[in-house]
Design a protein around this ligand. Sequence first.
Ligand code: AMP
Ligand code: ZN
Length: 670
Amino acid sequence: MTIEEARQEIEKLREFLHYHNYRYYVLDNPEISDAEYDEAMRRLLELEKLFPELVTPDSPTQRVGAEPLKSFENFTHPYKMYSLGNALNTEEFHAFVQRVRQATANKPIVWTAEHKFDGLAIELIYKKGVLTMGVTRGNGEVGEVVTHSVRTIKNLPLKLLGSVPDELVVYGEVVMHREDFQKLDEEREAAGEVPFANPRNAAAGSIRQLDPSITAQRRLFFYAYGVRFPDDTVILSHYDRMSYLSERGFSICFHRLKTENINEIEEYHNYWETHRDEIPYEIDGIVVKVDDFLLEQTLGYDAKTPKWAIAWKFKPMQAQAVLREIELGVGRQGTITPVAIFDPVFLAGARVQRATLHNFDEVKRLDLHYGDTLVVERSGEVIPKVVAVIKEKRPPMAKPVEEPTHCPVCGTPVKRESDQVGIFCPNPSCPAVIKAKLRHFVSRSAMDIEGLGEELIERFYNEGILTSLGDIFRLKKHRNRLIEMDRLGEKLVDKLLANIEAKREVPLDRFLYALGIDFVGQETAKILSREFGSLENIRKARFEDFVRLYGIGEVVARSLEDFFRDPLRSKVIDDLLEAGIKVKAYPKQDKREGKLAGKYVCITGKHEIYSREQLFQFIEAEGGIPQDNVTRQTNFLVVGESPGSKLAKAEKQGIPIIPMEEFLKQIQKG
Ligand code: AMP
Ligand code: ZN
């Protein structure tokens, strides 16, 4: 390779990496897989090693992250926050061990190994034992202050236990547990929002919220993996430092290892590679560190990474499998979801043989045929998905997977809404739909009725004593019959009935969410409850009243109006009320303060730095009410770059128009 050829390839790689680095670190919205990114970075490092004269200070290899977002305050880290070098296989891990050994004249070394948490790195500063600051890594030198967000993390001590020095800097990872991630994504999907790609993005997106109340709803966890003391020589062992943190109130890796034996580390790695499902959080490898702080100091750092630690990554969670069957699920909105059934494969220790295909548009996109070889992946969620089809492996004469014409459960011809992906069963009394509605209604984030699981719903439905939501509260009439049922008995039945009684009185937002209205997730339900205060008010509201609210777009407003205006659909509410449910009114929050107090502000067009989400948060912070649409209430329209049709609409209605820059200046963000 000539230097000219290298120069050209390096240019391309840097541009590629800069862009995807920005998508990943600044926007929390990557377009490519980590593996693709890592691969490009490795290639760049390789070329820069071959041609050191081509290394420039602005190369992605020369910095740790991206520039921090402008909307958060910056903070210079007391100690630089480094990334970690990677080992992708045993050889690379051994090479790391070798490098450390050489630097230490082959003296025996004590190693520690722990999980590599897949989340967002955070630095916490404790003064006199009290949490005073939480900061993201940012570019390694300067991070973003997210104290308000990290304070909401429940497993993070706001005040340390026991005696501590005046100042303590703790490092760790903020993660979202798989289970919470799945729930969040289901809700986001139900609410018509874009789901997060994996728990890491969800955690990062939640920490970078300007509004801590949203972060608080997200159930994040913090796991500590490092600490700096005013006098670092008091505890020299990393392992003991972690025990110290654990005693002071932190969650740490509970499966850590300390050993002089490299084989044990390999076993540890292999064990967790195949058992990573058994812990609630995602890990993408293990981190191996030298235990002795003095040795750590001796070894020091490269530009980007410590020389005394390495991340030994796991293999990606992908596998190939042969498609045997397509199973059809019918959801609570009647949506028909195809599920791929394939020959069992092992993915990161779990045996899987089914994966969601989301909808039939996806089936078409994949051009799926029976007998096809699928690439199946699990990236955080427990339910794997089909990411690709290997066309070369398709058997001859394979039959394509076709969209069904009738509901697999009730046989009603399926329908397709022009503006939506996928097909659905339009029959409101389709048994599959009713049972799915019941399951949603009693679920933990909805009415939270314990003991009424899938199996009982099925049995009660078949008995004809549970065929509507209201029937749940009428079950007590059937007590004797229930006790007679196979495998139930008096004790269980009374417990179940007591659980139901305990939920007879329900807060408005839970009730709204439990109804399972299209696009109404928990957040939308909260917005509605805050704004309207009572069920009666909501039932009286019209499209116009919904659409003026921030967080409620036209699609959601239309869905709400359709539901509450259609006597057939809102009959379910009357049925529930008749069955004796009590919906508690919600404390109204209409006192607003700030420069925009009580003003309805709509935005069209973009800002080069601030996202729409952030602009909305600015408006809220000033007491304004951000809107997705220009309505009669709109007080003014803020116009950014390449504005849309809202501009013409506002002009026509004579609504005041303010340029973006001026607006930002007014609220002191410009
Ligand atoms: P990467 O982002 O893939 O370069 O990996 C480096 C990051 O791994 C660090 O910045 C930490 O945020 C994270 N990490 C996760 N678990 C650990 C751990 N046990 N020790 C150190 N860093 C960790
Ligand atoms: Zn049906």
